[in-house]
Design a protein around this ligand. Structure first.
Ligand code: PGA
Length: 253
């Protein structure tokens, strides 16, 4: 059975105090899911709040993610954060390859691949994001774009390492726009992604959690999450308050 993982991506939002407040509210809202082993909850806070976020969710079902990392152990890389630094404070997941990083910061598939390996080597789980632009979809190139991102982003990983990787499919035209992919479109693309994963990693592909992201909200989560190959969500806007995010988590039950 694949694990359903509902993850929040806060992007460049929330101070340290706001983070502690929201996480405390969220813990109360989702008490009922403690002990359900097939569902995971992750929150990606800004770097500045990670340490207190980890302490706030101690002994709860919630795990903490960073939203980036630099793939070197240490050294003269002004402004960057290493995997060891994240591991040291109790971070368990790292969101990598988000379209905002690909588009605004020009991150390539091979750089993302380096980051994934660095995160795995420190025994944390990458949340590896992929997704097409609207023009790719309109040109009928979704499969081509997705295949290239998966093959290059996950190059040279073993099937065993893939057991720790989460894939997040986020059509870029649906991120922050209020335009969600229909459950059918999302399912079709998730199936294509799983086929590529099967080609690369064989039967392990069946165990890999593939999240959907892009305007997932309390009112559309259930339908999306009930699709066969959709194993969770990566949520931006609706993860910024405990009420909406907990409603999405409950939609996965
Ligand atoms: P959204 O963001 O839920 O606000 O569309 C999703 C994401 O960028 O991960």
């Amino acid at each position: 059975m694949r694990k359903t993982i509902i993850a929040g991506n806060w992007k460049m939002n929330k101070t340290n105090n706001e983070t502690i407040q929201i996480l405390n509210d969220l813990k109360k809202e989702i008490k009922e899911i403690e002990g359900i082993s097939n569902i995971g909850v992750v929150i990606g806070t800004p770097f500045t709040a990670l340490s207190d976020a980890v302490k706030t969710v101690e002994n709860s079902v919630i795990k903490i993610a960073a939203q980036n990392v630099y793939p070197k152990e240490s050294g003269a890389y002004t402004g960057e954060i290493s995997p060891a630094m994240l591991k040291d404070i109790g971070v368990e997941y790292v969101i990598l390859g988000h379209s905002e990083r690909r588009d605004y910061f020009k991150e390539s598939n091979s750089f993302i691949n380096e980051k994934i390996k660095a995160v795995l080597s420190h025994n944390m789980s990458p949340i590896f994001c992929i997704g097409e632009h609207l023009e790719d979809r309109e040109a009928g190139k979704v499969k081509e774009v997705i295949t290239k991102q998966v093959k290059e982003g996950l190059a040279n990983l073993s099937a065993d390492e893939m057991k720790k990787v989460i894939v997040a499919y986020e059509p870029i035209w649906a991120i922050g726009t209020g335009k969600t992919a229909t459950p059918e479109i999302a399912q079709e693309t998730h199936e294509q992604i799983r086929e590529v994963l099967k080609e690369m990693f064989g039967e392990t592909s069946k165990e890999i959690t593939i999240q959907y992201g892009g305007s997932m909200k309390p009112n559309n989560a259930k339908e999306l999450l009930s699709q066969k190959d959709i194993d969770g969500g990566l949520i931006g806007g609706a993860s910024l308050n405990a009420k909406d995010f907990s409603a999405i988590i409950k939609a996965a039950l």
